[in-house]
Write a protein that binds this ligand. Structure first.
Ligand SMILES: [Zn+2]
Length: 401
């Protein structure tokens, strides 16, 4: 990652998952931060085939040499299949491992029925599956993200705060993943992105109204994590990912009580819970009790003890949540009670809790806060500045869940 060739950094890549922010030994700081970066979004990974359609004029070029393989006015729904010898595109056998589809003007590309702006790369992986990456300019990417991350019915100041946080996050990932095939995935592990099919006029306007604005700490970009609902207090990134940055140190949040995720309940059979923990190497048998050992300063479970029919295991709350399932166990603020062979969890909030609480931002906006005030609240010490004034980016040795 972080190659010393800033010009190429924004355009090219090689491999790995955007969910991991790996350590950056000897990471070179970018000399300049481009004003209009291209974001590379993995819209499909490890799939056996894909449906491609194109509305409007297009060109298909080889990935490595940019040699034109095919040109057309439009393309009806066509199946793409990975072959040992390359790619099969309908009746066309292409003796290459990767192609780039370049739309002309306002043409759009449909992958499995979803419409995307920008260019699309289709790469045959060594295990004969497809990796599909959308190359798209930053704000067009944000159009496709915002609709999923916040409701377009929310006050415009929340939408603007979310646009600035999502923009900063995307640029940060772009810098971080320069040596990889893509910057972000299109799912919850990065920012949910639905392409052009997901845009709304109001969320698009929030992107336009904040064009070029990013969040920085002392002039440098940082990973602007956010989450749905904190449930009372946001978490310090230090607790989860050993990132000790003041803007990610956590804040009290009395503003997200209107969230449907403010309180949650989940139930799972005690023997099934034991099997899930077994997948992580904790062979406890049928679970009899889940007991917190200690808490982070924000009140989330840091370490817990699981007593089972076979053994007792002590593990981090984070590992426990990953093994049980982050959608079932929505947060690490919970209590657990065993009743009739079923473990009942009662908790507060949804998400890792670091950075901006989206429902809290909504609550603040309803109290009259501006986008900048919302961001300063959830990222203490951070400032909103134009991308052109950014002096660099803060390396982290963190891993996003
Ligand atoms: Zn909150």
């Amino acid at each position: 990652m972080r190659r010393s060739h800033p010009g190429r950094r924004w355009l090219v890549g090689a491999v790995a998952a955007a969910v991991c922010l790996l350590p950056l030994p000897g990471a070179a700081q970018p000399t300049t931060v481009p004003s209009a970066p291209l974001i590379r979004v993995a819209i499909a990974q490890a799939i056996d085939e894909a449906q491609l359609a194109i509305r409007g004029r297009f060109k298909i070029v080889t990935l490595n040499t940019a040699e034109t393989l095919h040109e057309g006015r439009s393309l009806k729904r066509t199946t793409i299949i990975p072959l040992v010898s390359g790619l099969q595109l309908g009746k066309l056998s292409l003796p290459v491992f990767g192609v780039r589809i370049e739309p002309e003007q306002d043409a759009s590309i449909l992958i499995n029925g979803r419409r995307f702006r920008g260019a699309v790369e289709i790469i045959r992986q060594q295990n004969l599956t497809l990796l599909i990456i959308n190359h798209i300019n930053l704000d067009a990417y944000l159009y496709g993200v915002l609709y999923h991350e916040v409701s377009h019915r929310w006050p415009v100041e929340v939408l603007k705060a979310q646009a600035i946080a999502a923009r900063t996050y995307a640029i940060y990932q772009n810098l971080h993943n320069a040596g990889k095939d893509f910057d972000v995935t299109a799912d919850i592990y990065s920012q949910v992105y639905g392409g052009r099919s997901s845009e709304q006029r109001k969320t698009n306007r929030a992107v336009d109204q904040t064009r070029g604005l990013v969040l920085t700490y002392r002039g440098e970009l940082f990973p602007t994590y956010y989450h749905a609902t904190c449930g009372g207090r946001t978490e310090s990134a230090k607790e989860l990912w050993q990132t000790d940055l003041p803007p990610l140190s956590g804040a009290a949040c009395p503003y997200c009580t209107a969230s449907p995720h403010y309180r949650w309940h989940a139930a799972i059979e005690a023997d099934r819970l034991g099997r899930l923990l077994g997948h992580g190497g904790y062979q406890v048998g049928e679970v009899a009790a889940v007991e917190p050992v200690d808490y982070t300063p924000s009140g989330r479970i840091k370490t817990l003890r699981v007593r089972g029919s076979v053994s007792t295991a002590t593990l981090s709350g984070k590992a426990f949540r990953e093994l049980v399932g982050a959608n079932l166990l929505r947060s690490l603020t919970f209590t657990a009670v065993l009743r009739d062979g079923t473990m009942h969890f009662s908790g507060r909030g949804w998400g890792h809790g670091v950075g901006m609480c989206q429902w809290g931002a909504f609550g603040l906006a309803r109290r009259g806060a501006t986008a900048t005030q919302i961001l300063s609240y959830y990222y203490p010490g951070a400032a909103v500045i134009p991308l052109a004034s950014v002096t660099g980016w803060l390396p982290t040795t963190t891993k996003k869940p």
